[in-house]
Design a protein around this ligand. Structure first.
Ligand code: AMP
Ligand code: MG
Length: 402
């Protein structure tokens, strides 16, 4: 059995082999995708000198404080006017500045009397004020948004002004989720006898969705070797990049998943990590026409499978796509916890901040990996390191938000 750190490094190396392809998407569909090209300005931004305020446009002269208004320019409706040092035009924000003028006086700083504008006594008056110069935001040919940027709303306006109605982005990974177990029945059926509703698939599909990847539901396969062989082989030969199975990776008599992986040609890199929950995890790679696919056999317990995803997969997808990193927060433990082994534990906790800004984490509920409703109350995983035994109330623990 390997340690968490060793397991993480192996999985990280697996992710380094994945090279997402690129595709074009419409600008309006590009939010939370990762840019696969540099976005370069194809014009000066702004494309012309313009006014930053509603006011009047004048030629600066420190001795002149009164102007005759000879016209009006609004945004998008530029007109030429005969201008001299003693004349001005009314101008609106975003309107193109007449060649002759170099300064805007905001409307708040002038007094208008018929067609004469005069500077108010206390008004500031500086050459060049309230002008947005052509190319001052970005000059034609300059880099607006670098390749590999994870696109947030603020980037889309920048891309739009560079004329990009489509953007080249990295394709989403196709992540397949297959549940295994004879006991599983669909959600819309009522369990009787020894059946339970399939649940962990829904957390996993959701967390894949949350990362803006393509979640592919591969359904439920029963614990029959021949069916597992067929379904897993089909999945591996489809267009998925990552296969996640749940269940059947422990040491039970009907836990065939690992054997099936091996028979199909998955290179198993490790089985079992010294973690709790989620110890029986299997990780391997499958070579499909030169492409390396990542294969995760996660235990079936809904808590274990989701925790395994959170600690091994989410961070790596974040990294691959330059997505923002998850938050880690240190907090003061509010109750004693039981931990007597040398594994790394990821305990469910509720983190909150007191009115005086202190982070506290409590965990009054059970840490059983079968207790999925209990888990739904938690908002973080407390990372309890290998060498820590029975952490006590008052200890500072590191928490990853989930
Ligand atoms: P396994 O990893 O197959 O030994 O399963 C461990 C536990 O998780 C058992 O109690 C299973 O019934 C349960 N389990 C397995 N798969 C699922 C699933 N997809 N949804 C909910 N519970 C599951
Ligand atoms: Mg099972």
């Amino acid at each position: 059995m390997i340690s968490f750190d060793e397991a993480y490094k192996i999985i990280e190396k697996g992710f380094n082999e994945i090279k997402p392809e690129t595709e074009k998407v419409l600008l309006e569909r590009s939010l939370h995708r990762t840019l696969a090209e540099d976005v370069i300005a194809d014009v000066d931004l702004p494309p012309f000198n313009n006014s930053a305020m509603d006011g009047i446009a004048v030629k600066y002269n420190e001795n002149i404080n009164e102007w005759k208004i000879v016209g009006e320019i609004s945004a998008g409706n530029y007109e030429e006017f005969e201008l001299n040092n003693n004349s001005a035009v009314t101008i609106m924000t975003g309107s193109r500045l007449p060649e002759f003028c170099d300064t805007i006086i905001p409307v708040e700083d002038i007094e208008l009397n018929k067609d004469t504008a005069s500077l108010k006594e206390d008004a500031q008056f500086r050459k060049g004020m309230s002008i947005r110069k052509k190319g001052s935001d970005l000059a034609n040919g300059e880099l607006a948004i670098p390749k590999n940027t994870f696109l947030k709303p603020r980037h889309l306006a920048a891309a739009a002004s560079c004329g990009k109605s489509e953007l080249s982005v990295y394709k989403k990974l196709n992540v397949g989720v297959m549940a295994t177990g004879d006991e599983l029945i669909p959600v819309n059926e009522k369990p009787s006898g020894d059946k339970i509703r399939i649940s962990n698939t829904y957390s996993l599909l959701a967390v894949i969705d949350e990362l803006n990847m393509n979640a592919v539901d591969l359904g439920i396969v029963s614990d029959e070797k021949i069916l597992l062989l067929q379904n897993i082989a089909d999945a591996l030969n489809s267009n998925i990049d990552i296969l996640i199975t749940t269940g059947g990776v422990s040491v039970g008599k009907f836990d065939y998943v690992k054997d099936v992986f091996e028979e199909i040609g998955v290179e198993i890199i490790f089985w079992k990590a010294a973690i709790k929950p989620g110890k029986p995890i299997v990780f391997g790679t499958f070579n499909c026409g030169g492409h390396s696919k990542l294969i995760f056999g996660l235990p079936g317990n809904p808590v274990s499978s989701l925790v395994n995803f959170e600690i091994f997969i989410r961070e790596n997808i974040n990294k691959l796509y330059n997505q923002p990193k998850r938050d880690y927060i240190e907090a003061v433990l509010q109750n004693n916890l039981k931990k007597i082994d040398m594994k790394r534990h990821f305990m469910r906790g509720i983190l909150s901040t007191t009115t005086d800004g202190k982070n506290e984490v409590s965990s009054e509920f059970t840490q059983s990996s079968g207790s999925l409703v209990e888990m739904s109350k938690a908002n973080c995983l407390m990372i309890i390191e290998e060498e820590t035994i029975n952490p006590m109330k008052g200890k500072i623990v590191k928490c990853m938000m989930i």
